[in-house]
Design a binder for this molecule. Structure first.
Ligand code: AVJ
Length: 331
């Protein structure tokens, strides 16, 4: 058989000099010296944290991953058509790209697929994903290893493109951070480009609180693991068992508020930051928010960023949504 290899793999690395965790020290110091302490959810995902998150996605109470996959499986062809049969899929936070293949398959079937650009903070995963996708689809893959909150503007490849941000991770952004991120995405879009975003939806307190307080305790272990990350990376001396997992639905802010509660009065030493941090008994520190959306609210958030909804899909139970947008001034 005569076969010609036409696919091409490029991976550009744009990590800051200190690597993925370079800003961590300053960021953690700022968060732990506030009156209401907080840590960024970006530090959850070391090797163990990533494994625990994988386990969360398989829990009976944790519906978002299954719901998003169900939408993709049912609607991939429609998404591809609504996006104008794009040649290029750019994926923010691509990871191992397991859900992405559903979209790539649909683009392949529609005959429009030419290129894929995974964008992720992990160099190894991005290289592995780039090679696997290039081999499976015989297409050009241009990976970008970066913190896409800093280096969004480096995104490669010509259009028509669809930029996808799946998994509901936008829910972990604070409102101001979310607004500037969406405005920057809008700025990247040319007249034929689209943005595809996964968002978890507002639903009953019972369902939401169960999803973040699973009976097997996996979410609690995931949350507490961030303390082990600080111990390893910053030489802190957190006793992981001296904190308990807290997650509750905040119906004013429309987010699940995820915290660690100190079980005792304690003083934590963080030598590499040159600080000691006091926790009162019962004091809570925020480790994550997970915002839930409704279509109207999201349309308003998009409008402020200069985006408008082209199409919207949910799973049969209405748990999760994928929305497709374009630049409002280019309609
Ligand atoms: C990263 C958005 C997929 O907010 O639901 C899961 C992270 N935290 N359980 C979410 C998470 C606790 C998750 N996402």
């Amino acid at each position: 058989m005569d076969s010609t290899i036409t696919n091409e793999i490029t991976v550009d690395v744009h990590l800051p000099p200190g690597g993925p965790l370079s800003g961590m020290a300053a960021d953690v110091r700022a968060g732990l010296t506030k009156p209401f302490k907080e840590l960024s959810p970006r530090y959850f995902y070391d090797e163990r944290g990533s494994e625990l998150f994988e386990a969360i996605t398989e829990l009976p109470e944790y519906y978002p991953t299954r719901a998003e996959r169900a939408i993709l499986e049912r609607q991939a062809a429609g998404i591809c058509a609504s996006a104008g049969s794009p040649t290029t899929l750019i994926e923010l936070g691509s990871g191992s790209a397991s859900k992405t293949r559903v979209l790539l398959d649909a683009m392949d079937k529609a005959g429009c697929l030419e290129a894929y650009a995974p964008v992720d903070i992990s160099e190894q995963i991005t290289r592995d994903t780039a090679e696997a996708v290039a081999a499976e689809y015989g297409i050009t893959v241009h990976g970008l290893v970066c913190d896409f909150e800093r280096d969004l503007e480096r995104i490669p490849l010509a259009g028509p493109r669809v930029i996808a941000f799946l998994g509901g991770t936008i829910g972990n952004f604070e409102p101001a951070q979310r607004a500037s991120f969406l405005a920057r995405v809008a700025n990247l879009l040319g007249p034929e480009d689209h943005f595809l975003l996964g968002t978890d939806l507002v639903k009953s307190r019972e369902v939401l609180e169960a999803a973040y307080n699973d009976s097997a305790g996996v979410t609690a272990a995931f949350n507490k693991n961030v303390l082990s990350v600080l111990n390893r990376e910053l030489g802190a001396d957190f006793d992981v068992d001296a904190f308990e997992h807290v997650a509750f639905w905040d119906d004013e802010n429309l987010w699940v508020d995820i915290r660690l509660r100190s079980l005792a009065r304690q003083l934590i030493e963080i030598p590499s930051l040159g600080i000691r941090v006091a926790f009162g008994r019962g004091e809570e520190m925020r480790t994550e928010i997970s915002t839930k959306f409704a279509r109207d609210g999201l349309a308003g958030i998009y409008a402020e960023a200069g985006l408008e909804i082209v199409d919207w899909w949910t799973d049969p139970e209405g748990l999760f949504a994928l929305s497709l947008t374009r630049r409002a001034d280019q309609a």
